[in-house]
Design a protein around this ligand. Structure first.
Ligand SMILES: [Zn+2]
Length: 204
């Protein structure tokens, strides 16, 4: 039990670091909220419901700022999407993306949800340029293949790799198309999570 509580404390510290890094000020009430969401046992229905809510919030943000929106999620299998690996990967990639768009960020928010850690930014740049640069991060950063960076234009249209003339993403385990491996359940949840965890650890 002692070990568990130390582990949780370290993980909450990680979340706190992340929040401080993004928002500069974090009160204990907010941190408590994040901790509750981090430790919550979600069920698949929660993932669907929170996805629906996310889509709604994104739409409202795009309307409010009339600008492009970026949504970063860790591509993590299974129902438990919040752990030190997904949070750790998110922190590293958020840092990259903030540096990439630093003078053009109109809004940013980090959240912990049933879908896992999510980072949302509204950026005052053309969506096509943003997509080009975020695909670059997905392709070139050692942990970039473990995140989905969705980009929407100011009309709430999602940009795809195809819009840039690029091929679909390949699976990081076997090099097939990723969507085919997902559809056919080619790799077990454990195999995928172990692969991500090992890549994360060797990156650190
Ligand atoms: Zn595969």
């Amino acid at each position: 039990m002692k070990e568990d509580s130390t582990k949780l404390k370290n993980e909450v510290d990680m979340i706190k670091d992340m929040l401080t890094f993004i928002d500069a000020s974090v009160d204990s009430e907010a941190l408590n909220d994040y901790t509750i969401r981090y430790t919550k046992q979600y069920i698949p229905e929660d993932i669907l419901a929170e996805r629906e809510e996310r889509v709604y919030v994104q739409e409202e943000l795009i309307k409010k700022y009339s600008s492009s929106l970026i949504c970063i999620r860790v591509n993590y299998p299974g129902v438990i999407k919040n752990d030190y690996v997904s949070i750790g990967i998110m922190k590293i990639l958020c840092d990259m993306v903030i540096r990439e768009f630093r003078n053009h960020i109109l809004y940013k928010k980090f959240n912990i949800t049933a879908e896992g850690p999510i980072f949302t930014l509204v950026v005052d740049e053309l969506a096509m340029d943003i997509k080009n640069r975020t695909v670059g991060i997905e392709e070139n950063h050692p942990l970039g293949r473990f995140v989905d960076i969705d980009v929407y234009d100011k009309y709430n249209r999602s940009l795809s790799r195809k819009d840039l003339g690029l091929d679909r993403r390949s699976c990081y385990i076997c090099d097939n198309y990723a969507h085919i491996c997902v559809r056919q359940r080619q790799h077990s949840e454990k195999e995928i999570k172990d692969f991500i965890k090992n890549s994360y650890k060797s990156f650190l």
